[in-house]
Structure formats: C-alpha cells, structure tokens
Write a protein that binds this ligand. Sequence first.
Ligand SMILES: C[S@@+](CC[C@H](N)C(=O)[O-])C[C@H]1O[C@@H](n2cnc3c(N)ncnc32)[C@H](O)[C@@H]1O
Length: 278
Amino acid sequence: MKTLLTQEEYWNKVAEEKELTTPLPLEVFKKNVPVNARILDVGCGYGRTLHELYEAGYTALSGIDISRKMIARGRRQYPQLDLKQYEGTRLPFEDDSFDAVLLLAVLTCILEDVLQEQLLAEIHRVLRKDGVISINDFLLNSDQRNVERYQRYEKKYNEYGIFELREGVAFRHHSRARIDKLTSSFTPIIFDSVVYTTMNGHKSKGLYFLGRCGKETGGPIGSAKEAACVWRKRGKSFLRNSGLISRSLWLKQFRCPCHLQRVGCLFDLLFLIELSGN
Ligand SMILES: C[S@@+](CC[C@H](N)C(=O)[O-])C[C@H]1O[C@@H](n2cnc3c(N)ncnc32)[C@H](O)[C@@H]1O
C-alpha cells in the first residue's frame, strides 16, 4: 500500500506546479475591511490572494504557511509580501494582532476535527475584537464520483467526506453542520453556498463565510477559555451539591480531555479559594 504524504510533504512537492483557484470575493471583503487593516492569510500558499489585496491598495499584509516551498515560491513571485513558514500549531503572533484573517482552502487540508478547532481557536486569539474572518472551503458533494470516494474512505477515517487522491494525499469536504460548528464563535456577516473549480479542474460545492470576532461572548470552540468556562459552571454546582470530592473522580465524571487537565488544575484551585470565601 502506498504511504500517504503529510500535508507539508505534499504541498512542498507540488508548490511550483499548482495554480490555486478558490477566489476571495474582493468587493464584499472591501466593504467590510478597511484598506489600512492588518491582514493575516493563514495557509497563504504562494500568496496569490495577498497579492490581489496588495493590488487593491491593502498594505499591512502577512502570510503564513506550513509549506516551506510554497513560501519560497511566494517570496520569489511577490517579493513585496511578508510571507513566513511556520509549524502549523501555534500562530506566532500576539493576541489581538490582526483586523482580518483569511483562511482559504485550508480546512480541506486538515482531516482531524480537533486540529481544525485548534486552528480556529488560534485565529480567534490573534484577531482583535470585531475583527473579520474570511473563510472559503469545500462542502460535501452528491455526485457519483465524490459519493464513491467518500464511501470508500469513510471507514478508514471514521468520517464521511475525507478521501485520498492518487497523488498520495487526503483531503476533506465538510457538511454544513461542521462548518457551522467551526465558525460558531464568529458572528456571520455572509454565508454563501457556491461552486468552485478545484486546483485539479473539477467542480465542487463550496462555501464562503465572512464573520466577525466577538470576544466577550464565551470563547472560541475548543479553547482553554471555553473549557474553563464550562468547567467553572459544572464544577461549582457539583462541589456545592456533593461536598469536596477527589480531583480524579471529578475528571472522570466530566470526561475532561487530557490536554485540558492542566488548565483545569488551576481552575480547581480558584474554585476552592472562591468557595472557601463564600
Ligand atoms: C489549497 S492550498 C490554498 C493556499 C491559499 N490559501 C490559496 O487559496 O491560494 C492549501 C494551503 O494550506 C497549507 N496548509 C495545510 N495545512 C495547514 C495548516 N495546518 N496551517 C497552515 N497552512 C496549512 C498548505 O501548505 C497549502 O499551501
């Protein structure tokens, strides 16, 4: 069986040959994002959309991508742009650094729910309050070619919509419910269902989402802030109703994912301090 390439390996391999296609609706974007806005393009590829924004008069433009070779092509093709390679985990920017973030045809490259959610949480963090997110991506299709490949790989990935290409890489198409969940910490300005031509010349259903980042209402999905909020509410009533119980029992009761346990520890302490003060 042929081993799949990682996304980084794949995009490095095809960086010089692929022409990327899904468009940014410029007029709509311009109406919602002023020309002096600080804009970050996450998964910018070779920077074609940032270049379009540059031509439209935007100047504070940054792009970031996991593919070293995409970035190298972008720097060569559009030397005026600020493009950087990163590891694909934490965005290397301070909180509230940007007025707008682009995420164009990137979710399709991230197969796991949790990694998609982490990326959205990171974008939420680096966007200022009322900043704008602009997403385009692919939706599930119902034509025979797509349905067959979704079905073929459903068992392997435990997800309908993920499929492998002969080029040795896997991509994901999304249900509307999945996109709604991913964008739930942003207030929608626009949600359009569209048809895109893919980089391999096929037609696919897609979406265009423009949303605003409200920072006071809850937090981004999957974030430590959201988890802490839920924990706080549940933990308080649980402790009140049942007295002090051991931490391990509590973790079990609420099935807290491991990576949140450290955050949880801190909040445990705060609950106890607060309760003892009541
Ligand atoms: C289909 S291309 C789109 C590029 C660009 N957004 C465009 O529309 O021209 C997907 C890009 O996302 C990048 N990518 C994949 N996973 C990523 C991740 N987790 N974080 C950042 N970039 C990622 C790939 O390296 C690739 O350049």
